[in-house]
Design a protein around this ligand. Sequence first.
Ligand code: ATP
Ligand code: MG
Length: 685
Amino acid sequence: MLAPLAQRHDPLASLNPEQLAAARHGDAPLLLIAGAGSGKTLTLAARVAQLVLDGADPQRLLLLSFSRRAAQALSHRAGQMLQQSLGLRAAPELPWAGTFHAIAARLLRQYAANIGLDQNFSIIDRSDAEDLMALQRQALGLAASAKRFPLKGTCLAIYSRCVNTQAPLAEVLRQHFPWCLDSQEPLQRLLRAYVAEKQAQATLDYDDLLLAWQQMLAEPTLAAHQAARFDHILVDEYQDTNRLQAAILQALRPHGRGLTVVGDDAQSIYAFRAAEVRNILDFELSFGPGVRRLTLERNYRSTQPILDASNALMASAGQGFAKRLWTDKAASERPRLVRLADEIDQARWVADTALARREQGIALKSQAVLMRTSHHSAALELELARRNIPFVKFGGLKFLAAAHIKDLLAVLRWGSNPCSRLAAFRVVQLLPGVGPAGARRVVDALHGAADAAAALQSLPAPPGARLEWQALVALIGGLQAGGTDWPAELGAVRAWYQPHLQRRHPDDHGLRAADLAALQTLAEGYASRERFLTGLTLDPPEASSDLAGPPLLDEDYLILSTIHSAKGQEWTAVSVLNVVDGCMPADLAAGSAAELDEERRLLYVAMTRARQHLDLLVPLRFHVSQQHRHGDRHLYGGLSRFVTPEVQALCEALSSAPAAVPVAMGDAPGLAQLDLGARLRGLWQ
Ligand code: ATP
Ligand code: MG
């Protein structure tokens, strides 16, 4: 409902002239490149609001970002601005806001009939994809070959690099996996088999979502049809896109008209997922002379001493657009460089500091502890638990990786997609007395059956599991028929699973059942089984807060986050754990110049999250769990090499311990038919 005009806010009122120019910019391709905290996301949101106020249809705006949190932050801000400027009671929906992967999944389902894709295709996460790769590796006899063949995780990483960089296998091996060069021919066979198997199972992995979207757009009529659905495409965190994503944008907006991208090359931290910082550096080349480039240099987030230290950090970096951030937020407090004896000391110091700051009126929620890798906070988590300091951790929790959660999801996935051998293989093994060999026989017998339940029914029940077999047939039959409402359906699956859970984990004391109950709560937020499965696979809950009910969310809690998950966020106080060589940069041995640059940018992202207080913590002795043959060990590290004397000179040195050192599209007329399967297979010939 519209409010009286007097209550409406101009979404552009608070913007500075440069931001205003970006928000009001017309149709020509726009590159907004600016440092951290300069209001890029805010400006993008304001631009969306202004476009809608000027008459754009929110249904025809495509808002893309790399991570789920970044996408949510953008659509949330834009929605709020629209709500305020239109005087609405609730923020309006922006239906096409999401990650590249989530939008790809939606479009692929809508155009499935045009591209020869089963509309019920399943999406599998990285761990399921590894399992599928392992099965192919085994089937081709590569696991047993005398020569050392790359492990399943490496094979998937190689596949992922090929897809995301659009580079041939040989080149990817030469550049990133030189120790696998000997295995090029069998790898080629394996990847071909992996692609064929996914097609047989109507299954796409993460990387396929982008690849299939890009392939779909390579067909001109389909590209034109999709391009015509959107008047504007706006991308946040553009520095984290890879070649495939750039190719998708190029296909949707060949001349860049209506395309806005926003980013900061200094914050590109996803090269390990094939992000291509050159995308942002070369944007003008890709979209021609019509591109308008705008920059923002004023920072609204941090104090000048925090910016000075961040600028000094980046002064030693390689390629990039030069920018110096400034603010009018003067402050006398400099970032602190805190030397501590070890991780235990570090944990105590963080807990003490968090409580002291809360006494000064800074809520725990406005304080974050950032780390390079999730397990760096193990000691801190113990300390916080011991002192009853509530916290929420982002970027660490592997909720979906738990076997019992995967079991339940596999049942749902099989019920939706009878071709999914992977799901069937897992589910059948839940029955008593059925192992991998027995499951394989069942799955082989089912192969190709469109009605999995009827096919199951015709098979002999495994010995000793007749009743359980009947129950499974009935369950899958029910799911296939789809007669039950969502999320009641999940309730039926849980009821079926309960005895199996008890049998398989007799000493569980209800913990797993509690996880399954949490899954049920989560399910209530989705309209259908398909949305639930897609949503959960693409945007897995990453923090326990995502799963907790409202009571916990009402309380105050400290934020723990990996730096990767902290993108785009800000807090009044930030502590960065383990600013030591060996953690930042992570791996001393394998650091190429490009990798070192990426590690430096990570520290830059961490430091620029802070509004007023920034602490860089340097424990002298710290624990690393290595994947290497040495196993876990303690390292004596020194201050991170990134904290150069120039950066140190801008920090206050502290030492805590004296000893311490340092739309249904299927029938749309005029569209060509594309055989997506053949196209994807063709890439591996
Ligand atoms: P990052 O690079 O970390 O993603 P960003 O450039 O996207 O940062 P924002 O998150 O949009 O920056 O803005 C940083 C902070 O500055 C936010 O709190 C935002 O509300 C505030 N801000 C941005 N522009 C202005 C402005 N013109 N006036 C007041 N506050 C502003
Ligand atoms: Mg941002």
